[in-house]
Design a protein. Structure first.
Length: 115
């Protein structure tokens, strides 16, 4: 069996794999980062709701920052009062390794004096 050297396919699979592997790895990395940011946002929303209930019950505003900081590392809280409502806006960096500029934010309100 005589092969033509110009039409030989040996090595083409390795070359295609070498080109495709970084692209697949990048897609997986961004997908995992998006899932992690989503989970962090859910924790931030829960912490904002807990902090709003605490402040509405009469705890100091510093308690809101403590709750958010413990639930989401690097998180901070701002308390706003509007009539009978106490609102807490919690924010934290997304925690994605490649994109540190993304800031997550969640707001929750509770009725002042409510139980």
């Amino acid at each position: 069996m005589i092969r033509r050297r110009l039409g030989d396919d040996r090595g083409s699979v390795v070359a295609e794999f070498a080109v495709a592997l970084p692209a697949v790895a990048l897609v997986l990395l961004f997908g995992m980062g998006a899932l992690a940011a989503g989970a962090r946002h859910v924790r931030l929303q829960d912490a904002a709701a807990d902090a709003a209930r605490l402040v509405a019950r009469g705890e100091p505003d510093a308690a809101a920052s403590d709750v958010v900081g413990r639930a989401v590392p690097g998180g901070s809280a701002v308390v706003n009062g509007s009539g009978d409502l106490v609102c807490v806006t919690a924010s934290a960096p997304a925690g994605i390794a490649l994109v540190q500029l993304v800031q997550l934010s969640a707001t929750s309100c509770a009725l002042a004096g409510g139980r």
